[in-house]
Design a protein. Structure first.
Length: 202
């Protein structure tokens, strides 16, 4: 069984997957794309490129491609995103006996999944900005494109609020966040996590 899997996954070259990954992440139109979504795009493109002749072979190739992506871009969201994508696009594949028709269905399903994930950030922003009120102080820990979009939507709706970013260590994401929010909002400050913890006990 292991030798069969190895044979089926042999067509998935790490260099090919890495080339597709670099092309996706370096494209100007994808500058604001989350790494997990970029990984899903690579897998979707692989479905079109694959020369697999059976559903089992295609599934093994997708899993191998996902493992390659995780090897040069190790990140929990990427691993989770790849798993969700593969489960979604390959579900109920036994309902279509003809493999070519099944592949076409997978391509359509992957395209829909890509569109859905890209739209989700704006949808979350529409719902999330309603929780931010005038005069609020928004405390941020870490960096998130979704949170950035929520705050942007709140600012675009005319709300005035302050942003405070915790000084997360050791990756320095607080510095990136602060520079970004200073360009967008007049009142953006940083604070140490220890200082906030001490203040909250008073």
């Amino acid at each position: 069984m292991e030798s069969l899997k190895s044979e089926m996954s042999a067509g998935v070259l790490r260099s090919d997957v890495e080339m597709m990954w670099n092309a996706t992440t370096s494209a100007q139109e994808n500058a604001d794309m989350a790494p997990a979504v970029a990984a899903m795009n690579v897998l979707a493109d692989w479905i079109k490129k694959s020369k697999a002749t059976t559903m089992m072979e295609l599934q093994i190739q997708l899993k191998t491609a996902a493992e390659h992506i995780e090897s040069f871009a190790p990140d929990v969201p990427i691993t989770s995103g790849c798993e969700l994508f593969i489960r979604y696009v390959t579900r109920s594949n036994t309902e279509i006996p003809n493999f070519q028709e099944c592949r076409a269905a997978l391509v359509d399903r992957s395209a829909y999944y890509k569109e859905m994930t890209l739209k989700s950030r704006n949808r979350i922003a529409e719902l999330g900005e309603t929780f931010i009120r005038d005069g609020s102080v928004v405390l941020l820990h870490g960096n998130s494109r979704v949170v950035q979009r929520v705050l942007q939507a709140a600012g675009e709706s005319g709300k005035r609020f302050s942003v405070m970013v915790t000084e997360g260590q050791p990756d320095g994401t607080w510095s990136t966040c602060t520079c970004l929010y200073l360009r967008c909002y007049d009142d953006c400050r940083t604070a140490t996590s220890v200082g906030l913890a001490l203040q909250s006990t008073r």
